[in-house]
Design a protein. Structure first.
Length: 319
C-alpha cells in the first residue's frame, strides 16, 4: 500500500457534510484506506477573495492504486458530489487535491506531484500539520513549511469534528470479531471491561452487531442501519455516516465508542483517537474481521484469563 496525503475544501452548500461524504465515498473504494483525518478548518478564499469562506481538511490515505488511478477516483468523487469547474480558484462544491504521493515527483498536464502550491497555503498546511507534522516533502517537514509560509489568510479550527471517539472490540487470534452477526465469545471479563468503558457514553454500532449484543443499559445507543428503524426511545437510528455526525453534535461532551461491525470500524477508524481492544488468545471460525489499526500505537496492556482463555486488554492511541 502506498501513502498519500490529500487536501479537501468546499465553500458551496453544506460544506462540512460534503467533505464528510467525500471521505466516506473514498473509504468505500476498493484498494483505498483512509487512516487519519484532520479537524475541519474554516478559511478565507485563496486567489479569488470575493466568494464564501471554505471548510478545509486533510487526510492520510493508503492505497494500492497508481497516482493517476488514485486521481481518477478523486475526480469521480468530485463529479458525483456536484463539482463543476467553471473558473480557476472559483467557488466549488468540493475540491480534492493530492498533496503528496509516496514522495513521488511527477509533472504532467493532468497531475503534478507534489502539489505545486502546497507550501504557499495555510489552509493546506495547518490541517496537514495536525496529521503529519513530521512528514517530509521535498526535503523538509510540514511543520517547517508552515513556519516559513507567507500566507496570512485566516485559518480557524471549527468544532465540527471535535468528538471524543474510540473504537472498542474483542478480537481473536485470527483477527475475527463475529460470525453471522454473533459475537465469537461472551467472556465475563471482556463484558465487564466493555461495560466499565462505555457506561454513561454513546455506543455506535451496526444493526447486525447490535442485534447480536443484547441489551445495553446506561448508554446512549446509535444504530447505523439503512434498512431498519428501532422503536425504543433510547435508541437512535441513522442511515448514513453523514447523518451520524450530524447526530453526534448532540453529544459533544460525551465519550463515543464505535463497537462494530467490520465495515463501520473501517469507515470510522480515521476519526477515532483511541482503540480499546480485548485480544483473545484463542481462535474460532469468523466471517467478519477487525481492520488493521493503521496509525495507532500501543499505550497499555494488561493480561487476564476467563474460563481458561487468556486475554490481553490493550489501549491504543493514534500517533
Amino acid at each position: 500500500m502506498k501513502e498519500a496525503y490529500i487536501s479537501l475544501g468546499a465553500n458551496l452548500g453544506n460544506r462540512e457534510e460534503t467533505i464528510l461524504q467525500a471521505l466516506v465515498m473514498l473509504s468505500e473504494e476498493t484498494g483505498v484506506e483512509v487512516t487519519k483525518i484532520s479537524d475541519f478548518y474554516e478559511t478565507k478564499a485563496w486567489g479569488k477573495s470575493e466568494q464564501p469562506d471554505f471548510i478545509n481538511a486533510a487526510a492520510k490515505v493508503l492505497t494500492d492504486k497508481k497516482p493517476k488511478e488514485f486521481l481518477d477516483i478523486l475526480l469521480d468523487i468530485e463529479q458525483k458530489l456536484g463539482r463543476k469547474r467553471l473558473e480557476h480558484w472559483g467557488a466549488r462544491t468540493i475540491d480534492i487535491d493530492i498533496i503528496d504521493f509516496e514522495n513521488m515527483a511527477m509533472d504532467t498536464e493532468k497531475l503534478k506531484l507534489p502539489h505545486p502550491y502546497f507550501n504557499e497555503r495555510n489552509f493546506v498546511l495547518k490541517p496537514l500539520l495536525e496529521i503529519a507534522s513530521g512528514h517530509i516533502i521535498k526535503g523538509d517537514t510540514i511543520k517547517n513549511y508552515l513556519f516559513n509560509c507567507k500566507d496570512k489568510l485566516s485559518v480557524r479550527k471549527t468544532n465540527v469534528m471535535n468528538f471524543d471517539i474510540s473504537m472498542i472490540a474483542a478480537v481473536d487470534a485470527g483477527g475475527g470479531i463475529c460470525k453471522k452477526g454473533e459475537l465469537l465469545y461472551r467472556l465475563q471479563e471482556d463484558l465487564r471491561f466493555f461495560r466499565r468503558k462505555t457506561i454513561g457514553g454513546v455506543v455506535v454500532v451496526g444493526r447486525k452487531t447490535f442485534e447480536g449484543m443484547g441489551k445495553l443499559v446506561g448508554r446512549e445507543i446509535i444504530v447505523l442501519s439503512g434498512s431498519k428503524r428501532f422503536k425504543d426511545k433510547n435508541i437512535e437510528t441513522t442511515a448514513s455516516v453523514v447523518e451520524l455526525f450530524r447526530l453526534l453534535n448532540r453529544f459533544q461532551n460525551k465519550k463515543i465508542f464505535v463497537a462494530g461491525g467490520a465495515e463501520i470500524f473501517k469507515i470510522l477508524a480515521p476519526y477515532a483517537r483511541k482503540a480499546y481492544i480485548t485480544h483473545i488468545l484463542d481462535k474460532r471460525e469468523a466471517d467478519r474481521f477487525m481492520p488493521v489499526l493503521h496509525d495507532f500505537k500501543l499505550k497499555t496492556m494488561r493480561f487476564s484469563e476467563d474460563t481458561g482463555i487468556k486475554l490481553a486488554f490493550a489501549t491504543y492511541e493514534k500517533g
